[in-house]
Design a protein around this ligand. Structure first.
Ligand code: F0G
Length: 462
């Protein structure tokens, strides 16, 4: 039986109408979009679960902050408010705003990586992988084996495989590893958290080999909630204390603030040691790519909303409701025998499309097939996190075979209600009933060389 839905710790003050197209219209729209959900118009999606990034609902305090935003080019009061919040929560010496997460990557990675270098992560997300590769360096994923078994219910499936990490460093030479990246939560593995213990061990290895440790911190607050809930010794610690301890192990962080900081646009770079020579290089790159270092590509109003959102994102009641939504949806899927990356992670449900569509091979993209079916079934927009997203080997150009084929239903923060979540579950259950009738997947008819899933055109294989 489905678990109890945790009521929203807020009420609704402003509403946005939704429209459901007919089934025929949805089939026409997805065909016109060349079977790429990124090419659909937002207004043609009844429930939009493409991403939890920048799709969050701001609070009345944040909207009030928008009016208080100081638009001074240099040294705006909103900048100082953001810096104070960043230093307070993360205990880092230097905080740099940027316009989003990939901007942080673009500013920082070329300073530490380049041709012949490697970056090792518990798992890279797509843009992070792309920015490593754009420097000429290569990415190595090093997640624990449990992450690759969606049915296996163990905590902290986002962890780094530390034995493999040591072996990789020995194989390539510490001097060739430009960066270790800990992604919290581990998005590509299903929003799975990293334990404090794992972070501590990885930091020890990084320090031993004098390799910098970067925290890819997009969903740091959700990660802290899992530590509080599941890791021995943390039940009585506040989310803020857990965050501060987690960040104490990193040398720098790159953050998309469009997730756990509950804003529509923003990002941060943090450097632990404010006297590091990296700081001036970061400022210089930021001035070239993003704007002066006290606004970093954001309006004063964005800086202000972000400063407030950082605190709202670490509120315990909010996080309990937030993770509760995932658990409620997951429990409905359990009842229906639908497999997903379990236990459910922090920002969405990653349905195991390979398990639902075993007849579709990886190079016909099962995760994409299920995402298209969800759109046709109920106007729900989701996305593939599998071989379609992973793309081709940058050296050989050959299609890579992902460790899993997920369809991600990423849930925007404070946006959808229990009734919407029930529609998601009902749609998946309806598709499961007719899954055997889906015989073939999709082929790509055009693709760009990098981050192809955003732009590619597909067609059904007859
Ligand atoms: N790192 C992680 C772990 C992410 O999930 C993302 C974005 C980024 C970096 C880049 O941040 O979008 O602000 O430039 N993830 C989004 C997603 C897009 O849908 O999961 P960005």
């Amino acid at each position: 039986m489905a678990i109890k839905y945790i009521p929203e710790p807020f009420r609704i003050k402003s509403v946005e109408p939704l429209r459901m197209l007919s089934r025929d219209e949805r089939c026409r729209k997805i065909k016109e979009a060349n079977y790429n959900l990124f090419h659909l118009r937002g207004e043609d999606c009844y429930i939009d679960l493409l991403t939890d990034s920048g799709t969050n609902a701001m609070s009345l305090e944040q909207w009030a902050g928008v009016m208080r935003g100081d638009e001074a080019y240099a040294g705006a009061s909103s900048y100082y408010k953001l810096i104070d919040a960043g230093k307070d929560i993360f205990d880092f010496g230097y905080i740099q705003p940027v316009h989003q997460g990939r901007a942080a990557e673009k500013v920082v990675f070329p300073l530490l990586l380049g041709k012949g270098k490697f970056a090792i992560s518990n798992m890279f997300f797509d843009t992070t992988r792309a920015h490593v590769e754009l420097t000429g360096a290569r990415c190595i994923d090093c997640v624990v084996a449990a992450a690759k078994d969606p049915a296996k219910r163990v905590p902290f499936k986002g962890n780094m495989d530390v034995a493999k990490l040591e072996a990789l460093i020995a194989e390539h030479g510490a001097e060739n590893i430009g960066l270790i990246v800990m992604t919290i939560t581990n998005n590509s593995a299903g929003g799975q958290p990293v334990s404090m213990e794992n972070m501590r061990e990885v930091a020890k290895i990084a320090r031993k080999h004098k390799i910098l440790l970067d925290i890819d911190a997009a969903r740091y607050a959700e990660n802290a909630f899992f530590v509080q809930r599941d890791e021995p010794g943390y039940a009585d610690k506040s989310i803020k204390d857990i965050v501060r301890e987690m960040f104490s192990y990193g040398d720098l962080f790159t953050m998309s603030a469009k997730k756990d900081a509950i804003v529509n646009m923003g990002g941060l770079i943090g450097v632990k040691d404010a006297s590091s020579p990296l700081v001036f290089k970061i400022k210089a790159n930021c001035i070239s790519f993003e704007g002066f270092y006290t606004y970093g590509g954001l309006s004063g109003r964005d800086l202000e909303a972000l400063a407030i959102g950082l605190y709202e994102g670490i509120d315990n009641d909010y996080l309990r409701y937030r993770i509760g939504q995932m658990e409620y949806l997951a429990s409905r899927l359990d009842d229906a025998g639908i497999r997903y990356q379990s236990p459910v992670g922090g920002h969405g449900v990653f349905v195991d499309a390979q398990a639902m569509l075993p007849q579709i091979p990886y190079n016909e993209f099962p995760g994409q097939v299920l995402a298209i079916e969800l759109y046709k079934e109920a106007g729900i927009r989701s996305c593939d996190i599998g071989s379609y997203m992973l793309g081709n080997d940058p050296d050989t150009g050959k299609q890579l075979h992902a460790d899993f084929e997920f369809t991600r239903l990423a849930i925007p923060r404070r946006v959808y209600t229990q009734a919407h979540i029930d529609i998601m579950a009902d749609a998946l259950i309806a598709i499961k009933k007719r899954a055997g009738d889906i015989k073939r997947g999709y082929r790509i008819t055009w693709e760009p060389p990098i981050l192809r899933h955003f732009q590619a055109f597909l067609e059904p294989i007859a």
